[in-house]
Design a protein around this ligand. Structure first.
Ligand SMILES: [Ca+2]
Length: 297
């Protein structure tokens, strides 16, 4: 897991540094260019397509965070300091880092020296996942959340395969519903990772930028619709990216996105992509989640 995530973030870094272009290590196909570029234009300058009509999905799993603690039948709060991308945090399951109150989940990054059995870090934070507890193949995933703010904060809502049935990362895929850099707090990123026929790492994604305000100002709904032949990313029910062109080595479409995936929510601190917190970054910082809802057809 550690190695996979390091690779993942490194590739993603390359994409972001090249500012809105598809990864430089892979020449995008003309179709990918059309999909990505059109989605970027639409989210930057014009109203996005509204969802209309009856939803084909109905609720199959949710957490409204109405209890007093994290529901351990749904989530595991990970305790680890794995340094995947030169991140700075120690993830803990302490109340200081992960708590539930007033109908909300708090994933809280703190500036504090912390020593665990994996060493000492200068920041703590939280990462929770449904692995071994809940997973899904296809469906609609809705997360209403308010994001942290400030340089060096890296909140994410994403999915990994429960079993690596098509091989190690990225061959079995990864779905990033939302990633954000705390110092670019009006923009979120949706990304798909997989491998092509030659087992090269491929990623394709798009970004959604608020015309006013920041994602840390108020709650927004991050939504992913994952169908057998199409995956769609939404912010506040506005579609900003659609992909239906993925592939897998030695497996037929729609592999690898035809197997169960589990959910992960975390707030990373520092690392190769966001860079370190700076003097203006104020701690603690939180990703506050009102609900996580999973619906299926
Ligand atoms: Ca709630």
């Amino acid at each position: 897991m550690a190695d996979k995530n390091f690779i993942k973030r490194r590739y993603f870094l390359q994409v972001v540094k090249n500012n809105k272009s598809i990864a430089t290590w892979k020449q995008p196909s003309p179709l990918e260019c059309i999909v990505l570029c059109s989605s970027l234009v639409s989210c930057a300058s014009t109203p996005n397509k509204e969802v209309s009509g009856e939803s084909p999905y109905s609720l199959v799993w949710s957490d409204e965070f109405e209890g007093e603690t994290l529901d351990s039948s749904k989530w595991e709060a990970q305790v680890q300091a794995d340094n995947w991308n030169n991140e700075l945090q120690y993830y803990t399951d302490r109340g200081e880092n992960v708590s539930v109150e007033d109908g909300l989940l708090f994933l809280r990054a703190r500036e504090e020296e912390y020593t665990g059995n994996q060493g000492t870090r200068e920041y703590t934070s939280a990462q929770i996942r449904t692995k071994y507890l809940c997973d899904w193949t296809y469906g609609q995933f809705e997360i209403k959340a308010k994001l942290p703010n400030g340089a060096g904060l890296w909140p994410a809502i994403w999915m990994l395969p429960s079993q690596e049935e098509y091989g190690s990362w990225p061959s079995s895929g990864e779905i990033d519903i939302m990633e954000n850099l705390g110092d670019i707090s009006k923009t979120v990123y949706g990304t798909l990772h997989y491998a092509d026929d030659a087992a090269n790492a491929v990623q394709i994604g798009a970004e959604y930028t608020l015309l006013e305000g920041k994602f840390s100002d108020e709650f927004h709904i991050f939504r992913l619709d994952w169908d057998p032949d199409e995956i769609r990313w939404y912010v506040d029910n506005q579609l900003y990216f659609t992909d239906r062109e993925w592939s897998a080595k030695e497996a037929d479409y729609p592999a690898p996105f035809d197997k169960p995936f589990y959910l992960i929510l975390n707030v990373a601190v520092g690392g190769d992509w966001p860079g370190d917190p700076n003097e203006e970054t104020q701690f603690p910082q939180e990703m506050i989640v009102d609900y996580v809802r999973v619906s299926q057809e």
